[in-house]
Design a protein around this ligand. Sequence first.
Ligand code: FAD
Length: 472
Amino acid sequence: MSKFDVVVIGSGPAGYVAAIRAAQLGLKTACIEKNRNKEDKIALGGTCLNVGCIPSKALLDSSYKYHEAKDSLGVHGISTGDVGIDVPAMIKRKDGVVAQMTGGIGGLFQANGVTAIEGAGKVLAGKKVEVTAADGTVSILDADNIIIAAGSVPVAIPPAPVDQNIIVDSTGALDFQEIPGKLGVIGAGVIGLELGSVWSRLGSEVVLLEALESFLPAVDGQIAKEAAKVFKKQGLDVRLGARVTGTKIVKNQVEVSYTFKDEEKSETFDKLIVCVGRKPLSSGLLAADCGVNLDERGFIFVNDYCETDAAGIYAVGDVVRGPMLAHKGSEEGVMVAERIAGHKIAMNYDCIPSVIYTHPEIAGVGKTEEQLKADGIPYKVGTFPFVAIARAVAANDTTGMVKMLAHEETDRILGCHIIGASAADLVQQVVIAMEFGSSAEDIGLTVFGHPTLSEAVHEAALAVNGHAIHMP
Ligand code: FAD
């Protein structure tokens, strides 16, 4: 029986980062992964690198370049002639990006001395891990510490069973070989909007059927309202309060039945993407007597330090509570590795940025205005539009705004919400500021380079205290 200081189950951004950090800290570490890739090799990188963050961004970038070349370069005096799109070539490039990034993890494992083990891991009592290889061979690892990072899988809904041909989940939607004439998307959340944007930019007529009555309820209301306007202008047809009740494959299309404003409706699509959320992959992972418990929603139950109910067994990433985001899982992985090594670090769950990678991007950190109201926290607001930012005007990309929220009395920044080009990178400035307990005035007194999009963050911080210089 092989013995390790740390055995990690799952090689997604939570697991592989935990494994690398543990090895860097001098711990003998193994990382188990059950998935195989298109080349039938161990697929390191989890959902994020193989079928999530990275491939979706590769397609978002390709489709945005196509849209720019086709529709938005004329204003710069650039003529392109006829612009075409070769979808299989675009998908192949995406696969190449995935191969490069996942291969990189193999290299990092080697460089840091992490042992990659192929197979499905199961936690047994007494901190043992059973590994079942693809050929059925079973081996047992002995571990001083176990980190469970098994991730999540798409939620399936009975009215729309996925066949990965006409009705697909987010994974299938990353592999279309041609542009669907008419594309249905069930769920207008982050993944639905990103994937809907990809295919809409390439020419699909996209209809998003969303059961909720409100659009992007977790996003700050003012930003979500702006986003709804922008997406409508882009041709994304978002129908709120549309509950799918059934689907029928007819020839090479799918007929979708749904209720909308108390009426029964039916619509035919060439492809249908089901993206109604993800659920933790916690089944088959735990022996009944291993001491690890689940919460009422099927997540592995952990405390603030990602410790499960069993001593020496931790869980991180999508398989535990909190936002299902790659960077949240990675930071939990680092925290756990450090704590196993005896360091007393903790994670700041109040400062996790979230992003929707549409164009414009939508990014936020901290509390929304609605949350502050609900919590009865006194606050001040500063907003600043990109239309008054010289760099945005120069780039002809002026949609959106930065909105900053600070405490009424202390001026401490409580949240920042952005819709606009590069919002994902801009919000990070505020994440850092919040991490250091900064006030809006601190950002206001900071020198920002000119001309940059970041000046919108500066001006929004100034606006919190009524001092914005270029407010239109
Ligand atoms: P995962 O990445 O799911 O990895 C878990 C790994 O564990 C998998 O490889 C799985 O095969 C393996 N595993 C499971 N059970 C076992 C077992 N018993 N034995 C061995 N191995 C096992 N997040 C962002 O932050 N930014 C984005 O832009 C973003 N875009 C996304 C786009 C899409 C289309 C999707 C679907 C998700 C996106 N996400 C994004 C979410 C992100 O992918 C997840 O939050 C992240 O991958 C979670 O990391 P994880 O390590 O917890 O789990």
